[in-house]
Design a protein around this ligand. Structure first.
Ligand code: AFP
Length: 338
């Protein structure tokens, strides 16, 4: 089979009128930055990149050295190319403007530079998640409010898993596609086009240690899965939890399944654990484009109107039929559905 590089794929998408030149170049730049993050990640202890950075991020979380390195790589790579009006990172309180000495473009880039970073030191897969929005017309110096667009307006979203292989998964709203990094050649090569997530599944992912804090409909749903053949679902379910969203989502993109980070009593005041703009929206776009579903348990994630750059939401995503069941239980509990 003739291999298709990411660059070739992007040129073909441009010719088909699905992507403009500026957006295509932006994705190339992000992919190139992610190759550098892959190199840093792969060096592990030998690169002096493991351990704490000794700083905290806007979320109040201790930063790992690789969180800081990955953030810097993405900021630096994207500053000068002329495709962006500004960047926003999960690691920074405010959006990062494009320095005056560089040309500005019409796009806004949001990223979680190193998702799952608590897994770095134990050599488990981590990843980068990104989302691209259009900069509102007439805005030359975007502020946080200009990023607060619902996920339905995303022009592109993707993630890179730094695992046994480095894999990029990408959507422009015309299907979800996977590229694997050929380390010898140094380029991403198309490995799966138009990925489809099976509608039904027997596998779910959730951090069960939070069970006692969940809301009743979540207790009900997971309780029924755990009851297996003896319970109302009449079948056994398997469970996985990597604690790197990129790795858990990649499993779902590959063989189906579901992922839940529901609301629980410990995180209720924050609105959830995962960030809408950096994690939930890009993953929801990717999953929906692969035929899956993504909700907050009550609402389609992509339709949530953001109120803050670092807003958190509950996340239910993956194989459609199961996400529908879990969401239905929440709506019934709220009295919104019979
Ligand atoms: P870190 O980047 O701090 O490791 O958080 C990862 C994450 O945001 C997401 O990737 C995981 O699914 C989730 O947190 C794991 O959360 P728990 O540690 O509460 O299971």
């Amino acid at each position: 089979m003739k291999s298709i590089s990411l660059i070739q794929f992007l040129i073909e998408e441009r010719r088909a009128g699905r992507v403009n030149a500026e957006l295509s170049l932006l994705i190339e730049v992000v992919a190139r930055a992610c190759k550098r993050i892959a190199v840093a990640t792969n060096k592990g202890a030998l690169g002096g990149v493991l351990g704490e950075a000794g700083t905290g991020n806007i979320q109040g979380e201790a930063q790992k050295k690789l969180d800081v390195i990955s953030n810097e790589i993405l900021l630096e790579a994207n500053a000068w190319g002329g495709q962006l009006a500004a960047c926003a990172s999960e690691e920074m309180e405010d959006p990062q403007p494009i320095p005056d000495m560089y040309p500005k473009g019409n796009h806004l880039l949001l990223f979680d530079p190193l998702d799952g970073s608590s897994n770095i030191d134990v050599n488990i897969s981590v990843g980068t998640i990104f989302s691209v929005l259009r900069c509102p017309d007439g805005i030359s110096e975007p502020k946080a409010e200009h990023f607060l667009q619902p996920g339905t307006t995303q022009l592109a979203a993707g993630y890179v898993v730094y695992g046994p292989a480095t894999v990029l998964v990408l959507t422009f709203g015309h299907g979800t596609h996977e590229f694997t990094l050929d380390r010898e050649v140094g380029s991403f090569v198309l490995s799966r086009r138009d990925i489809r997530i099976p509608e039904e599944t027997g596998e779910f992912a959730i951090n069960v240690s939070n069970q006692r804090h969940w809301e009743p409909p979540m207790q009900r749903y997971i309780g029924e899965l755990l009851a297996g053949t003896d319970g109302p679902r009449g079948k056994d379910f398997n469970m996985r939890w990597v604690a790197s969203m990129v790795a858990d989502v990649h499993r779902i993109i590959t063989r189906g399944g579901t992922f839940f980070y529901p609301l629980d009593a410990k995180i209720k005041s924050k609105g959830g654990k995962l960030r809408l703009m950096y994690e939930a929206n890009p993953m929801a776009f990717i999953v929906e484009q692969a035929g899956g579903a993504a909700t907050t348990g009550r609402q389609r994630i992509l339709e949530v109107q953001p109120t803050g750059l670092h807003q958190r939401v509950p996340v239910f995503l993956g194989s459609k039929k199961e996400i529908e069941v879990a969401t239905h239980y929440h709506l019934v509990a709220d009295g919104a559905q019979g």
